[in-house]
Write a protein that binds this ligand. Structure first.
Ligand code: ADP
Ligand code: MG
Length: 405
């Protein structure tokens, strides 16, 4: 049995017209003789009637009072509505289908309500329906804890449901349908001439996703990579094939790509704060005290720069006040710059290539953009800029590395 997993995101199901496009892709897969598992997100985005954010408004009046377990019951509803609605549409077109919740589809998770991890998938029920020739529609973003409780997988969780099902079913491929033509060289909302990437490696897309490109969830990519299942990110609204994500070896074997592409794309994360603490003469334990305090209070830190003269790092804006209070309690006086953005230049080919940093600095200097901090690894260079400079910085780097061509 050749199994294909197709995942449709919120905007791909939000209107009757969008759902027609989805049906077209489903029909084509059936015509191509695939046994088909369709993973759905909740329909639409914030403000639309069946979107998850809209369902959450139901508890707003109660000051959001709801234990995490029951909150997951509410959060999981959007996908169930979506699965039932899609099933109804398929049946009306004579396509035999069945809708399964995460638990019914055999998706087992930990008890971490709101951010559960998939621990395993019992695929027998899905396989039974596939053998009967049915399209199996599975609610994304949710699973089931060992005691039968509904759990949800955190933001972007439907992507994870899709690749985890693909891995468990040994699918030929997982198609992630969304509202853009694949993984682009930058966020199209910021860079209007961003280009779809034809093929990328798991590592490249993982780096893009981890650094803020929200087109696919990084955990979903990790699962696909571990199982070596190809993923296609593509648009529901066109027939374009989008971006193929595979292992580097498969990429190198193919003729039509440049395996040593220097720069893959530019990603960014907004709303972060820079915290800089100056060390006094002989204050050798400063770094330890700072990071222990952050860790003990669950504040995640990023872009860490440790030097003899002190430390600098970033936290999310939402945690900046808490971090500042903790530092003050340690008797420290941090310099804080709120509303910054971490801009990442990503490229597997930059390892050992001289001049990438110089080019980045040149691009930003030409636009009078100040660099507050920077760091690098062999596949990514990060620069911290002021939030007001995001668009200018991302566009300047995109152009400098000629990613629009
Ligand atoms: P879905 O509901 O289909 O899961 P998402 O909103 O989660 O859709 O993800 C798609 C969006 O990701 C796009 O509309 C785009 O604005 C954004 N995005 C950010 N960076 C990128 C990128 N590098 N390539 C493609 N899309 C990106
Ligand atoms: Mg998404």
């Amino acid at each position: 049995m050749r199994i294909l997993v197709q995942k449709f995101g919120g905007t791909s199901l939000s209107t009757a017209e969008a759902r027609e496009h989805a049906i077209k892709h489903i029909r084509r897969a059936i015509d191509e003789q695939y046994a088909l598992v369709v993973v759905v997100s909740a329909m639409g985005r914030r403000g639309e009637p069946y979107a998850t954010d809209t369902l959450l408004q139901l508890i707003n009046e109660n000051g959001n009072c709801l234990p995490v377990r029951e909150r997951d019951m509410l959060l999981a509803c959007g996908e169930m509505i979506s699965a039932a609605a899609l099933c109804s549409l398929l049946e009306s077109r004579g396509v035999s289908s069945v809708a399964l919740t995460g638990g019914q589809a055999g998706i087992e998770t930990t008890y971490d309500y709101g951010n559960a991890r998939i621990t395993g998938i019992r695929t027998d029920r899905i396989e039974e329906f596939l053998n009967q020739g049915k399209v199996v529609v599975v609610t994304g973003f949710q699973g089931c804890a060992p005691n039968g409780d509904i759990t949800t997988l955190g933001r972007g969780g439907s992507d994870t449901s899709a690749t985890a099902l693909g891995a468990a079913l040994r699918a030929e491929r997982v198609d992630i349908f969304t509202d853009v033509d694949g993984v682009l060289t930058a966020d199209p909302r910021i860079v209007t001439d961003a280009k779809p990437l034809v093929k990328v490696s798991y590592m490249e897309i993982c780096n893009m996703a981890n650094n803020g490109a929200k087109v696919i969830h990084p955990r979903a990519v990790e699962i696909a990579m571990a199982a070596d299942i190809p993923v296609r990110v593509r648009s529901t609204f066109s027939d374009s094939e989008g971006t193929l994500v595979t292992g580097a070896a498969a990429l190198q074997r193919s003729k039509d790509i440049v395996p040593d592409r220097l720069i893959t794309g530019i990603a960014h994360v907004a709303n972060v704060s820079q915290m800089a603490v100056h060390a006094m003469e002989g204050q050798y334990d400063l770094q330890l005290r700072v990071f222990k305090a952050m860790a003990q209070h669950g504040i995640s830190v990023d872009l860490i720069n440790v030097t003899p003269s002190g430390v600098a790092y970033t936290v999310f804006d939402s945690e900046a006040d808490k971090a500042a209070t903790l530092l003050a309690e340690l008797g420290l006086k941090p310099a804080i710059v709120q509303d910054c953005a971490k801009v990442s230049v990503i490229g597997g080919g930059m390892n050992g290539v001289p001049g990438v940093m110089a080019t980045i600095i040149e691009a930003l200097t030409e636009e009078n953009i100040g660099i507050l901090q920077s760091a690098d690894s062999n596949t990514t260079i990060w620069v911290l800029v002021r939030g007001t400079d995001i668009s200018k910085a991302v566009n300047a780097l995109h152009r400098k590395f000629q990613l629009h061509l």
